[in-house]
Design a protein around this ligand. Structure first.
Ligand code: SAM
Length: 409
């Protein structure tokens, strides 16, 4: 499908183009936007391949939807793209989006880029049509696939993905290099067993091929994306956690998954308490993070579940990105504290004031309806004391059976 004036008019009337954040102006219906990879995520992932020595050839996305991810890959890698889309309503919009992206990025990959309307699992006929259309044959440098998943399903089976991964990979395998570069963009809700099924599927076709599971978080303690990077697209580790910040910067932590255990650390004044991002636990990289966070000094996990996994160390954590970007808050324990209630607020404020803290964020389990009321009452109490110019920020959290107040590091 090569966009012409009719296609552009159809796109403008059916789904007016919208400017993506720091990206091109793209068309998508509401349904396509629901399924699409947002441009900042798509470009951040593409950047991960910037220094990867991919084999020659094009970028293939056999279920390309709006072609947002495909466009980001083509833009960043300066390679032509071949997208396939089953929906006859989405395919023309994808074709225009690919064209718009190449103009936006001043890329020279438009001429041999195509979107085909059809079933992305029919590899042989897709390639035939594509080669006829461009009048030449070419190879595939990277296969990216982001299958559709059942809507609103917390859990789903691999067979429910559209297109099915097993059918798709088996169909394309004969046309890919011996050790192909693949990115399989999957649901963040896949269970460990399902991840193993995907591993098995890949290694049943490409024995012993390297691969890296990537968990991506955009904050709020949630895993937003889960993907498997295979062959030249993999890095040297089996697990990677990527944190995408609001300004589009990506922090990476790589390693192998190791089991962490909860210990019985000393919760003493002078020790440091750190609440890490739950994505560290979800990605199995707690020990890789710990190896960067503390060298030889004593440290232990106090909690490894829930919204506030907690770590205790005898020293402050180093100010390096891979450590800092995966924590929620960290500080030195200055005092133990009673449970938070309206009755104990004046005691808490007095402790905070004595420790020269100008405020005290409540980072513990509290009824969500009560939390803002307690926090503002505590802020008022502390304001009543006045604060010195040297006062630091503080927080209060659970530690073992009790609570502690910490000076934020
Ligand atoms: C999750 S969306 C892809 C979104 C895409 N990454 C983007 O950036 O917009 C999956 C797409 O696969 C399409 N699809 C499902 N089965 C397909 C098949 N057999 N062949 C081609 N496309 C298919 C769906 O119509 C849907 O648009």
């Amino acid at each position: 499908m090569v966009p012409d004036e009719n296609a552009r008019a159809y796109a403008e009337s059916s789904a007016p183009a919208r400017e993506e954040l720091n990206g091109p102006t793209l068309h998508a219906t509401d349904e396509m936007r629901r399924l699409a990879t947002p441009w900042p995520v798509a470009i951040a992932r593409a950047k991960l391949l910037a220094s990867t020595p991919l084999p020659p050839g094009l970028i293939l996305d056999p279920a390309c939807g709006s072609a947002t991810q495909l466009s980001a890959l083509c833009t960043l890698l300066n390679r032509p793209g071949l997208g396939v889309e089953l929906s006859g309503a989405a395919a023309p919009l994808a074709a225009i989006n690919l064209e718009r992206s190449s103009i936006w990025s001043s890329g020279n990959w438009t001429e041999t880029s195509r979107i085909l309307w059809g079933d992305g699992t029919k590899a042989e006929s897709i390639l035939q049509t594509y080669h006829q259309s461009i009048g030449a044959t070419t190879t595939i440098a990277l296969l990216h696939i982001d299958p559709a998943r059942p809507q609103d399903a917390q859990q789903h089976t691999l067979e429910e993905m559209q297109p099915r991964l097993d059918h798709l990979l088996a169909s394309w395998a004969p046309f890919l290099p011996r050790e192909p570069a693949l990115i399989l963009d999957l649901s963040p809700r896949l269970s460990d067993v399902q991840r193993m099924e995907v591993d098995d599927l890949v290694s049943s076709i490409w024995n012993d091929i390297p691969s890296t599971w990537q968990w991506m978080t955009q904050g709020r303690g949630r895993i937003d994306r889960l993907s498997l990077w295979v062959g030249p697209a993999a890095d040297s580790n089996s697990h990677r956690l990527a944190r995408l910040s609001a300004n589009g910067e990506l922090s990476l932590l790589s390693g192998t998954s190791e089991n962490s255990v909860v210990g019985e650390p000393q919760i003493e004044v002078g020790n440091y308490l750190t609440i890490v991002d739950p994505s560290l636990v979800a990605s199995g990289l707690t020990e890789s993070w710990r190896n960067l966070a503390v060298k030889e000094s004593p440290s232990d996990w106090l909690k490894l579940t829930g919204r506030r996994p907690t770590f205790i160390s005898s020293e402050a954590l180093p100010d390096i990105n891979e450590v800092r970007d995966f924590i929620q808050i960290s500080g030195e324990i200055v005092e133990t504290a009673p449970e938070v209630s309206f009755e104990t607020l004046s005691v808490l404020a007095a402790i905070a004031h004595t420790a020269n803290l100008s405020n005290l964020k409540l980072r513990c389990r509290i009824d969500p309806d009560l939390q803002p009321k307690l926090q503002s009452a505590l802020d008022r109490e502390l304001k009543g004391f006045g604060s010195s110019s040297t006062a630091a920020q503080g927080f209060l959290t659970e530690a073992g059976e009790g609570y502690v107040i910490c000076r934020q590091a």
